[in-house]
Structure formats: structure tokens, C-alpha cells
Design a protein around this ligand. Sequence first.
Ligand SMILES: [Zn+2]
Length: 246
Amino acid sequence: MPQGAVFHWPAGKKAAISLTFDDARSSQVDAGLPILDRFGVKATFYLSPNNIAVRQDAWRKAAAHGHEMGNHTLTHPCSANFVWSRSNALEDKTLYDLAAEMDRADEVIRDLVGVTPRTFAYPCGQKHVGRGEALASYVPLVARRFLCGRGFRDESINSPLLCDLAQVMGVDSDDHAYERLSLWIDRAMDEEGWLVLCSHDIGAFSRQAMAIEVLEELCQYCSDPDKLIWIDTVTAVGSYILKNRL
Ligand SMILES: [Zn+2]
């Protein structure tokens, strides 16, 4: 970073926030999109290709409305420590496998939704293949293909001047009261940074969900012009950072 470098968010804003939702779960289109559209908030959805067909028309419509459709691999490989991923474990994969996972997912999303993903979310936030001395990061593959790669269960706001766009920090926003998420918004404002929230279902689920009233409060607060927050997709914010931080 050049010494004394400064960064300004557009239109006098003090921080940026992106709402992201993973796995193409039906509740995202059924319960989430009407709320987002009511407040004019654009969100990023990291689609699991196998789930798209359940609501294919709704995903196409959402993309046409300006919501972002991102890549989340074809088969969602994660660590073998997750029982459900044991037969599709990152420990058993190669970098070639992960490249194919991403490229094939791009093709399916193009076919089913009609858009080409520009950003990526690491399934389970995990960024490696293999194990031990043979472990390899697949972050460089993501950097080569996408504007941004988003992590999960990270513990920081992103610094627009310093962040690695291939490893954008994503903060878990499932199963939290609005008051807890508002502390993260305050932190983003204090640091003049980029807060990326990550959720799964939307509504009354026993786990991995953002409650409807939480999404409503987030949209209402962040879209209020007096709060000086820029709420937009990962591609919108990532592109702005890339162009304006030199
Ligand atoms: Zn996922």
C-alpha cells in the first residue's frame, strides 16, 4: 500500500455492507427476496447448482432484478470432519478437482439462471485440498477466476485498502438477533470498512437461518440514507474497491 493512501467510499458513505446467502435454499427466494425487493436492497446468492431447479424461474427473475448469482462449487466439498461431506471431502481432492468444481458450476448457473458468476463463496469457508505436508490452497484458483472469493465464520471487517479480494472475510449472520449484528455494523462504520454477512435459510428454522425480522431491520437500517452505509452486492463493492484503492 502506498504510504498515506486513503480510500473513500462513493457518495460520502462511511462503510459498505453486503448481504450474502448460500446454497440456493428455497427460503431465500420465498421469504427473502420479497423483503430485499421491498427495501430496494441487492444481495448476493451463492448458488448450489443442485438446488437451483426447485425455484429456477425465481432465481432467473432475481438475477434480472439485479441480485447477484455467485459460484459455490458444483458439489459443495468440505472437510471430512463433516459427516455429510465424508464421501466428498476436501482432504481427498486435488486442485484439478476444485478447478473443475468451479468451472462446471459456472456452466450450470449459466444454463439455468442465464448469468455468469463473478464472485465465489468457499463452501464451509474452507480454502484447501489435501492434508498435512501435501495440503494446497485453492485461493489462487479462485483469484484467477473470480473478482472475489468470500470466506465464512471470519472475525473481521474487510479493509478496502488492504484486503485480499480472493479471501474476503465473511461474518456468520445466522441465528443472531439484530442487536448482535448491529454491533458489526458499528464496527464497519468505525473502521470505514466492508462488512460481508453470510446466512443460509431465511425465516423460522431451527438452525442456519436469519429471522425475517432481522433481515427487515438490516434492510431498513442500511438503506436509510442518513446512516451513510452503502449496501450492495459483493461484485458491486469488490469492483469499486479494485478501481479506487490505488
Ligand atoms: Zn454452502
